[in-house]
Design a protein around this ligand. Structure first.
Ligand code: PEP
Length: 250
């Protein structure tokens, strides 16, 4: 039985003042029946961890370097994220794949380093609209799954299916399309990781909002969501947490 997860990705948004939203979330959801994770910019991990201290809400980073340490100006090591209070790290987000040319090999190396540092990776994958229109969705996500997820991944490793064309656009795939990809990914994880695959959570990400969360969470093999825009406001993210707590969510 996988515990469901609501994960928020603040991207390059937020401020110290915005941490008031996190305080409001902590107050409104003192004992959620799902896991809750918030990933602010690295500069805000320590401050956010102070706000969530004593609550069940976890804090994560949005990226780390594949090396454990060294001469890499401007980069952040997995162990530093951990030291700052992070328990998780998002890796291979489509914005990093696009903006920084991140490849599956690089993402796999980052995930290996993160796991070795004691962080839980949230490894993102998903097709572009052109790839979906060309009927390549399963081939693309299958390739990304094989290439981005390291052999050292275990039951704690989290995969987020995020169609690139659904991120920040207000567009979402049909429930059938989400179900097809999640079933395919679960099958791929089972083939590769055997029993451990039953513990690996599969998140859907891409324009999840309070209005559509309940329907998406009822799709088989959707174990939660990776949420961008709607994670910035306590009321919106709180409503998504409440939808995930509903008994008919998978
Ligand atoms: C994301 O950034 O991972 C994401 C899913 O964004 P949004 O919810 O805003 O589409």
């Amino acid at each position: 039985m996988r515990r469901r997860l609501a994960a928020g990705n603040w991207k390059m948004n937020g401020s110290r003042a915005a941490l008031a939203e996190v305080a409001a979330l902590v107050a409104a959801h003192p004992a959620p029946t799902c896991d809750v994770l918030l990933c602010p910019p690295a500069t805000h991990i320590v401050w956010m961890s102070e706000v969530t201290s004593g609550s069940p809400i976890d804090v994560g980073g949005q990226d780390c370097h594949p090396n454990a340490s060294g001469a890499h100006t401007g980069d952040i090591a997995a162990a530093m994220l951990k030291d700052a209070g992070a328990s998780h790290v998002i890796l291979g987000h489509s914005e990093r794949r696009a903006d920084h040319g991140e490849t599956d090999d690089l993402i796999r190396a980052k995930a290996e380093t993160a796991i070795a540092a004691g962080l839980t990776p949230v490894i993102c994958l998903g097709e572009t609209l052109a790839q979906r229109d060309a009927g390549e969705t399963l081939a693309v996500v299958g390739r990304q799954l094989a290439g981005s997820v390291p052999d050292s991944a275990g039951a704690r490793t989290i995969i987020a299916y995020e169609p690139v064309w659904a991120i920040g656009t207000g567009r979402t795939p049909t429930l059938e399309q989400i179900a097809e990809v999640h079933a395919f990914l679960r099958g791929g994880l089972r083939q590769r990781f055997g029993a451990a695959a039953e513990g690996m959570r599969l998140l859907y990400g891409g324009s999840v909002k309070p209005e559509n969360a309940g329907q998406i969470f009822a799709v088989p093999d959707v174990d939660g969501a990776l949420v961008g825009g709607a994670s910035l406001k306590a009321a919106d993210f709180g409503a998504i947490i409440t939808a995930l707590e509903a008994p008919d969510a998978t």
